[in-house]
Each structure stands twice: as structure tokens, then as C-alpha cells.
Design a protein around this ligand. Structure first.
Ligand SMILES: [Ca+2]
Ligand SMILES: [Ca+2]
Length: 316
């Protein structure tokens, strides 16, 4: 009853007001993945993957961008990235002293590093200069980092996203999932958010969202898969192989995009706050959740068989 009343209330609110995309996303009620629409893996062939089977990050596949020290409400440091028991692990925790910038001595003349301070530390890895792909199916299997104020994500983009030409066809930020609803029982505890951003950032930014999706299990304790099928016509998003929604607003990217796995803290200038995330401010007191860990079993990229080169003479 309460749920249906809330839905009616929000429907009226959405009709009466002209809301930006993030706010619309914020107000929409989470939904469950489809029971019947599933990804057809028969049309794909695996073309790139990382199973994270080694002892450390495979630098032939991923870059750690060490020149980004401060990020939103915290800091990124490569010590927060590890590979353990077949998983990539991006840790997040508070340090009461600045971590060392090992690149400062060699690079401070050319790079304007923001100084590390006491604060919240985590990290990001990207395939920016090592792997890009146009179209296909992209999937990760992971356990989300369990803490308020954290923002973990599996996403794709390219430099064309910054090109303001009225279209997303030159490049679109595709957020397969973003998690920032941990223990947020009002807006959807344990839901994840999915959407796209294109044609610049700041005042130019445009975007669309399928809203929030609930999972059957606990995404902070159990592995789930999050995927996107990217065709020339649309993006189709999946959780555990079940469709959660489709987007094509602004035109679908026709250019190669690279992959990102990241954890961020809400806030700005290296100071954590509840800004933007709506997940609440983190307590500095360590509890059972620290360090929080984003645990990634794999990232796999598939291509449509119909788009692969005719290596075996079967495909046109
Ligand atoms: Ca554009
Ligand atoms: Ca693995």
C-alpha cells in the first residue's frame, strides 16, 4: 500500500516538474530484472577478458593512472589495487596519514600532483590505451564494496564523450552499474543504478537512465553479473543475464570505448561528504566494513559473430 502510494506521489511529482536526468533517476522506484528477456550468448564470441588469475594486476591489459591522486571525496593510490584468489580487489579505507606518492620525485616538474593527505583512499583501473572495442557484450562478475558513501562502478567511455556536437554517436559514457545505495532503505537499499552520459560534462552534459534495479540476492555479499549489449542501435543492460532496460537516447556510440572499474568517495577536494551520493557521510571510525572491498571475479568482452572478421571463411 505504502509502495503504491509512493509510486502515485512520485508520478504526479514527475509530471508536474521538469526534472534533470539524475533527479529523475533518483526519484524512480527500483525494478527487478526481467524474468523472460535474457541475453542470447549464441550470437557472441569472446574476444578479450581478464579472469584475474595472477598474483598482481596484468599491466598489459590495465593501466593504473597514478597521476590522479585526488578524486572527489578521497584519494586514489595504486596500493589499493590488488589481485587475490582469482579476483581483482579494489580496497577502500581511511588512513590517518598521507600515503606516499612514489612518482613525485620523477614527475613533479611536469605533473601538478594534488598532495596526498590523511583521508579516504581507494582506486581505479582502466584499459584506456590497452583495449578498446566497438559493439558487443561486456560483462563483469563482482561483489560490491559494502559501505555508505562509496561509489563503485563498471563503465565504458572514450575521449569523444567530451566532444559537444549534439550527439552521443562520437562517444558515450556507458555506466553498466554504479552502486551508491548501500543501506539506503528510503531510495532502494542494495539497488544499483544504470545509465548513459554523452556530449560533454558540466553544463553540456546530457544523459539518460534506466533507473535503479534491485537484485534478488545481496550484491554486497554475493557475486552477480552486470552486463551491457551494445549494438549500433541501442544499449541493453543485464543483471545475471536478465534484461533490466534499454537506452539509445542521443544516439548510440559508433566509436571504440575503453573499460573502467572504479571506486570513489562522495564529496569533493578530497573531503568526504554526502554530496551527490545521497548515501550518507562515512564515519571515520573503522568498523566491520573497513576496508571495504570491490571484488571482481572477471571482465569479459564478447563481439557479435556477425561483426568478426572472416577468419574461418564462414562469416561474411
Ligand atoms: Ca558528442
Ligand atoms: Ca577470476
Amino acid at each position: 500500500m505504502f509502495r503504491s502510494m509512493m509510486k502515485a506521489f512520485l508520478a504526479v511529482l514527475l509530471t508536474l516538474t521538469s526534472l534533470s536526468t539524475p533527479l529523475t533517476n533518483f526519484l524512480s522506484l527500483p525494478h527487478l530484472p526481467s524474468k523472460t528477456k535474457t541475453v542470447d550468448m549464441n550470437q557472441f564470441e569472446l574476444v578479450w577478458s581478464d579472469e584475474f588469475d595472477g598474483d598482481s594486476l596484468d599491466r598489459s591489459k590495465w593501466s593504473y593512472e597514478w597521476w590522479i591522486t585526488e578524486r572527489k571525496g578521497g584519494f586514489w593510490h595504486e596500493d589499493m589495487i590488488s589481485v587475490r584468489d582469482g579476483n581483482l580487489v579494489i580496497s577502500a579505507q581511511y588512513f590517518d596519514h598521507p600515503l606516499e606518492n612514489r612518482y613525485y620525485e620523477q614527475w613533479h616538474d611536469v605533473i601538478d600532483f594534488k598532495p596526498y593527505r590523511a583521508g579516504w583512499y581507494t582506486g581505479q583501473i582502466v584499459t584506456r590505451d590497452k583495449y578498446k572495442q566497438t559493439y558487443g557484450y561486456f560483462e563483469t562478475r563482482c561483489i560490491l564494496p559494502a559501505a555508505t558513501g562509496l561509489w563503485s562502478a563498471f563503465w565504458m567511455m572514450n575521449e569523444g564523450v567530451y566532444n559537444v556536437d549534439g550527439s552521443g554517436q562520437d562517444g558515450t559514457e556507458v555506466d553498466v552499474f554504479e552502486s551508491f545505495y548501500y543501506k539506503d532503505h528510503w531510495w532502494g537499499a542494495d539497488a544499483i543504478s544504470t545509465g548513459i552520459h554523452y556530449d560533454g560534462y558540466g553544463d553540456d552534459e546530457k544523459g539518460d537512465s534506466i533507473g535503479k534495479s534491485y537484485l534478488a540476492g545481496d550484491p554486497y555479499k554475493e557475486y552477480n553479473t552486470y552486463g551491457v549489449e551494445w549494438s549500433p542501435e541501442e544499449y541493453i543492460f543485464y543483471i545475471n543475464g536478465h534484461e533490466t532496460g534499454r537506452l539509445s537516447t542521443g544516439g548510440v556510440s559508433q566509436n571504440p570505448e575503453f573499460l573502467l572499474l572504479s571506486v570513489e568517495f562522495g564529496g569533493k577536494d578530497g573531503v568526504q561528504s554526502s554530496d551527490r551520493t545521497s548515501t550518507g557521510k562515512i564515519s571515520k571510525t573503522p568498523d566491520e566494513n573497513w576496508p571495504a572491498e570491490f571484488i571482481v571475479d572477471y571482465v569479459r568482452c564478447y563481439q557479435y559473430k556477425s561483426l568478426l572478421p572472416a577468419a574461418d571463411g564462414i562469416h561474411p
